[in-house]
Design a protein around this ligand. Structure first.
Ligand code: ZN
Length: 304
């Protein structure tokens, strides 16, 4: 059986891969998005990746799956990623279909694809309803409910980073206020720590340095993580109450800090869970790392 060609479109890089039915990646290539340039410059990056992947596949693939940063419109097949200014209502699905004719082309949000990848081939194997999420420079995610990806009306379901956890909180870059992303993303935790007296030793005050400081026992850094994980717990409890989840899988740069994130998160979840079906909700690290989006896009391409 021919491999599936998967695309993962992000604001800083675009990846293409060949994915076998068992979820293994036999080929991956990545190029910078060139997001600050025009519509066709970014498309040329995709076209080059498609051409190279097709050549590697011997000119034949079974289907194409695309995961894209949002907002997207799965019905129209268009994407308008926040961080790719030149793509507004860009007809990505049709352009890819024209470049790879004769096979099905499916488009989904990058969060949904990450969740699908982990659900089928990663930490979510064996579950039925899970939230897959990424905590890094933002907070993103996607849902698989009753064994199927949850797309919603336009394909943007699962934007859990914009669940409101503090109605009077800070303004979010989405235009809303008090979204979990304004508290729990890496930059948000760093910002709070700096404003509350954290003095980083290294010249770079980033989430990695904050994690190192917390590991070394810095009280402000620890409080920043505690504050972030508590906000995440509020969001996760709310989403789990709506969707009756088996599992939450967390990936991304901040999740790499391991116990620093997961221990307080599990404690906060245990404290907040009231309803029977929320008690004991499992939260685990992602297994597929940066490949989850590609693997999940390939899974999406195989769904009817
Ligand atoms: Zn927001």
């Amino acid at each position: 059986m021919a491999a599936i060609l998967a695309l993962d479109v992000g604001g800083t890089k675009i990846a293409a891969g060949l994915v076998e039915p068992d979820g293994s990646l036999t080929y991956v290539a990545t190029l910078p998005t060139r997001a600050d340039q025009g519509t066709e410059v970014v498309w040329a990056v995709v076209a080059e990746l498609l051409e190279n992947a097709l050549e590697r596949a011997g000119g034949r693939v079974a289907a194409v799956g695309i995961g894209s940063a949002g907002p997207i419109d799965v019905n129209a097949g268009t994407v308008s990623p926040v961080n790719i200014a030149g793509w507004r209502g860009f007809a990505l699905r049709d352009r890819v279909a024209a470049a790879v004719p004769g096979v099905p082309v499916r488009l989904g949000g990058d969060g949904v694809c990450m969740a699908l990848g982990e659900y089928r081939h990663g930490a979510g194997r064996g579950t039925r309803s899970m939230l897959g999420m990424v905590v890094s420079t933002g907070v993103g995610g996607g849902l698989v409910v009753d064994g199927a990806p949850l797309h919603g009306r336009t394909g943007n379901a699962g934007h859990v980073g914009h669940v409101i956890v503090d109605p009077d909180g800070e303004r979010c870059r989405c235009g809303g206020r008090g979204c979990v992303e304004t508290i729990a993303s890496g930059p948000a935790m760093v910002r709070w720590a700096l404003a509350n007296g954290w003095t980083p030793e290294a010249s770079s005050a980033d989430a990695k340095a904050l994690a190192a400081a917390a590991d070394a026992g810095d009280p402000v850094a620890l409080r920043a993580f505690r504050r972030g994980t508590d906000a995440l717990a509020v969001m996760i409890t709310s989403v789990a109450a709506v969707c009756d989840l088996d599992l939450v899988v967390i990936g991304g740069g901040v999740a790499k800090s391991g116990a620093l994130l997961f221990d307080p998160l599990r404690t906060a979840l245990a404290e907040r869970a009231g309803l029977d079906f929320l008690v004991g909700l499992q939260v685990v690290p992602a297994e597929l790392g940066g490949d989850a989006g590609l693997v999940g896009a390939a899974v999406l391409a195989t769904l009817v």
